[in-house]
Ligand binder design. Structure first.
Ligand code: 8GP
Length: 841
């Protein structure tokens, strides 16, 4: 309040308040000013990178105007806000998204052309913001887009990694990791050097009686690291609402301590302290669906939770409301268990710092948090060792023990007959060393727990959280099936399809209400529409073929069937099944007569995805794909009938080129292992069909689009246990076709067979945990059906159009409305329209 401009001077201020550009001319004025002054360049020294920077800064100014107003409006309205805590936000590029969301892409296109640039070339200058591994991080990014587009007062909180997910290079067929230093020029963030939080680590707990004789604890000593806020504006589509993503960077706490060291001649060691502090936010851990229990990772988690909660609590306290109102003002969603420490941290703030009783505090905590689970894979479930937490966060460990004690007493009271349950549900696993089970803590500290697709939400209730359903009843557990933002994954990635749809539906309303797509079914027999739909798919395949040629040197025929599997490389996602299928196809082609070959639809098998650097088996799969590609692509006898491509460094901006270019995409995880999948939705929304197992969201996609429009195969989740058992007890006969594939590999057809022996032996000798052999026959048969179906292009297009028309359910807008109603209890806040603030679109 003290810092505001006095009333009489506000007229002057308002007179000069910036206005958003509305025409190409006004855009050029802003862009040129930024290039000349902000960047100190000239027209004689303006390459595409500089033009990108000028364009981005001009758009940033526009976003900032709306962002400031949104924040003022939200502060003034003072209603309940959502805080989405995620260690990953896989944002991709921001400029194209900003242009489309504020509805000024045409303006920029015209303006840039006046300056001698093509908008597409400028957009591709931007470095992806790749602060995530895969599905979980991209989901968070889609959610931010939907929250803003639907006008929810919402903040994202994350870490500002200096290095995002590594860049993948393929050298001699092997994955090589290269650091992703992405912050050289990032116009989308604002460093808030005035918004800092001191974060404490280590130290000890001091117990004493306060003046009223009450037992109190305080956490003392240890070391302090400072969190600095970096804010990123998140524009909604077709609304001025612009939300905030706050990312915390770490640095050494400024203060006397450093000075003392400096003065006593320990300059170097004080610099070392500085660097040690900065390492907390230095790097994103590159594991997807795997936890490795590294101390620095735990430090990241606490650092980010503590800074975010401090910020949230500080904002709440400004309202001067009583503490019991906290859950009416604040909803915090935990994106997986990574932010679970926020639970004991809020309890600590309330009891140690704000003086609330335990029970009063705990009731606030439980009402505040919701927890989303994203996996049932045991290796991905977080556990932290008790000694490590004791050392790093001594007060939190005490609180966790107290939470556990209260919880176990409650369980015992309600289930006196099942004493073994106590050991099973305890937050503390009685191993050596003892471990804290973060998922249990998250369940106990939240009022709602959700899975991310129906099958997954059912599975968590019968497997990892079975006892908790007994304890709390089924209503604590919910399902919110994942979705994707149609702005990026249709409008931005596939502008021609978006335009075609808009031409039939009378405008772009479907981008805000994706269920409107159902009206497309009326055009399924419309000749012109079908023709254009096909042409667009072809053009998108040409675009991908060009990219493939550029980066791999291999020419692929855009008329071939494009069969794509892009996602993190993981045994459970079964890229090995795909590549074995490709080898099987190759062996079959080699045996075919000229007549038979004529009847076969040419195929391009496209793979892409990163393996965690320490995941040897996944790296072996990448190597095999590349070796198989090397052999097949050079086989003149096979020619266009089969090509095998590995696209290096799969990321969000590549996905925008890849997803619109598939005929078939593969979502073939062992049933029961893929919580949802979200690229399945992206591919279908872009007019491609999918081959998939009955897993994750594939099941609901099938329900929505109809089983004639999807190629399902393989065993069901309910059969997995028995099949695994059969493997382990020798009750299994290897499929003959798969056996031939293994023989080919063993023969050295794809290079030194020894390199792939673990991959083959995992199936033949070590129990085939992911059931590749069980599903191989039905997988190959289904691919044969795909070949047949593809020959009938008329029927194929009908399937594709019908599927697109029925994808309305999978918008992340629908997810966000479900979270808002069922979990957060928050309402949208309509933006203030004041003329100067109008965004169109
Ligand atoms: C992923 C799931 O594997 C994927 O099926 C789902 O679509 C996505 O989350 C979004 O819900 N899960 C993870 O990435 C994950 O669990 N990561 C680490 C926490 C282990």
């Amino acid at each position: 309040v003290e810092a505001s401009i006095p009333e009489p001077q506000r007229a002057a201020w308002n007179k000069y308040a910036p206005k958003p550009f509305e025409s190409a001319e006004e855009f050029d004025k802003e862009a040129v000013r930024h290039i000349e002054t902000t960047l100190a360049r000239s027209m004689y020294n303006c390459d595409e990178a500089a033009a990108y920077a000028g364009t981005a800064l001009a758009f940033r100014d526009r976003l900032v105007i709306d962002w400031n107003k949104t924040q003022q409006n939200q502060t003034f309205a003072d209603q309940k806000r959502v805080y989405y805590l995620s260690l990953e936000f896989l944002m991709g590029r921001a400029l194209d998204n900003a242009m489309l969301n504020v509805g000024q892409k045409e303006t920029a296109k015209q303006g840039l052309s006046d300056l001698g640039f093509r908008v597409e070339d400028i957009i591709t200058q931007e470095h992806d913001a790749a602060l995530g591994n895969g599905g979980l991080g991209r989901l968070a990014a889609c959610f931010l887009d939907s929250l803003a587009s639907l006008n929810y007062p919402a903040w994202g909180y994350g870490l500002r990694y200096r290095y995002g997910i590594f860049k993948q290079e393929i050298i001699d067929g092997y994955q090589v990791e290269v650091p992703d230093y992405w912050l050289d020029f990032n116009p989308w963030e604002f460093a808030r050097h005035d918004i800092t939080v001191d974060i404490q680590f280590y130290g000890y707990v001091n117990k004493y009686q306060d003046d009223d004789g009450k037992q109190v604890c305080s956490w003392e000593g240890g070391e302090i690291v400072q969190a600095v806020a970096f804010d990123v504006p998140i524009p909604g589509y077709g609304t001025p609402t612009t939300n905030n993503l706050r990312l915390w960077g770490s640095k050494a706490a400024s203060g006397e301590f450093d000075f003392q060291k400096f003065n006593s001649g320990e300059y170097e060691s004080s610099v070392a302290d500085q660097q040690r502090a900065e390492t907390i936010s230095a790097v994103l851990y590159p594991n997807d669906n795997l936890e490795r229990g590294k101390e620095l990772r735990l430090k990241q988690q606490y650092f980010w939770c503590a800074a975010s909660l401090y910020d949230i609590v500080r904002r709440f306290k400004k309202s001067k409301r009583p503490w019991k109102d906290f859950p009416n003002q604040v909803a915090i969603q935990l994106n997986d268990t990574h932010p679970t420490l926020a639970i004991p941290e809020l309890q600590r703030i309330l009891i140690d710092q704000e003086g609330l009783d335990w029970d009063e505090a705990w009731s606030i905590v439980q009402k505040t948090f919701g927890y989303t689970n994203h996996t049932v894979l045991p290796e991905a479930l977080e556990k932290w060792s008790v000694p490590l937490i004791q050392h790093l966060l001594p007060r939190h460990l005490q609180i966790i023990y107290d939470i556990n004690l209260n919880f176990l007493q409650y369980v015992e009271r309600n289930n006196p007959k099942d004493r073994e349950m106590l050991g099973r549900v305890s937050i503390i696993e009685e191993s050596n060393p003892k471990m804290v089970r973060m998922a249990y803590l998250a369940v106990i500290g939240s009022h709602k727990v959700n899975g991310v697709a129906e099958l997954h939400s059912d599975l968590i209730k019968t497997t990892i959280f079975k006892d908790f359903v007994k304890i709390y009843g089924p209503d604590k557990f919910a399902n919110v099936t994942n979705g994707i933002t149609p702005r990026r994954w249709l409008h931005q990635a596939n502008p021609r399809l978006s335009e075609l749809i808009a031409s039939k539906l009378g405008g772009y309303g479907f981008l805000k209400d994706l269920t409107l797509l159902h009206k497309l079914e009326a055009y399924v027999d419309d000749k012109d529409f079908r023709k254009e739909f096909q042409e667009i798919k072809y053009a998108n395949k040409v675009r991908l073929a060009r990219h493939i040629k550029e980066v791999t040197g291999v020419s692929v025929n855009p008329a071939a069937l494009f069969d794509i599997q892009v996602k993190r490389i993981h045994e459970y996602k079964r890229q090995q099944l795909n590549i074995f299928g490709v080898i099987h196809r190759y062996l079959a082609i080699k045996k075919m007569s000229a007549e038979q070959r004529k009847k076969l639809a040419p195929r391009v098998s496209i793979f892409g995805g990163k393996a965690a650097p320490g995941y040897w088996m996944a790296k072996t799969v990448i190597h095999l794909v590349n070796e198989v590609g090397r052999v097949i692509n050079a086989d003149k006898d096979v020619g266009d009938l089969l090509k095998v491509i590995f696209i290096e460094d799969y990321n969000v901006s590549k996905a925008e080129i890849i997803c619109p270019a598939s005929d078939i995409s593969e979502h073939i995880s062992t049933a029961g292992t893929e919580a949802s999948g979200t690229s399945n939705m992206k591919f279908v929304l872009n007019g491609g069909l999918i081959i998939g197992t009955c897993d994750g969201a594939n099941i609901e996609i099938t329900r929505e689009i109809g089983e004639n429009n999807i190629f399902l195969f393989g065993n069901l989740a309910e059969d997995v246990d028995e099949l695994r058992h059969a493997h382990l007890y020798g009750n299994f006969q290897l499929d003959a076709e798969l056996s031939s594939v293994f023989d080919a590999i063993r023969s050295g057809m794809f290079g030194d067979a020894g390199q792939f022996s673990a991959l083959v032996n995992g199936i033949v000798e070590h129990g085939d945990y992911y059931l590749v052999s069980d599903d191989f026959a039905s997988y190959c048969k289904t691919h044969d059906m795909i070949d047949e179906a593809y020959k009938d292009q008329e029927e194929w297009v009908t399937k594709c159009i019908t599927a697109v028309a029925r994808m309305g359910f999978f918008s992340s807008d629908r997810c966000i409305d479900e979270y808002a109603e069922m979990i957060w209890n928050v309402e949208p806040l309509q933006p203030k329209v004041d003329g100067a603030n109008g965004t169109n679109g």
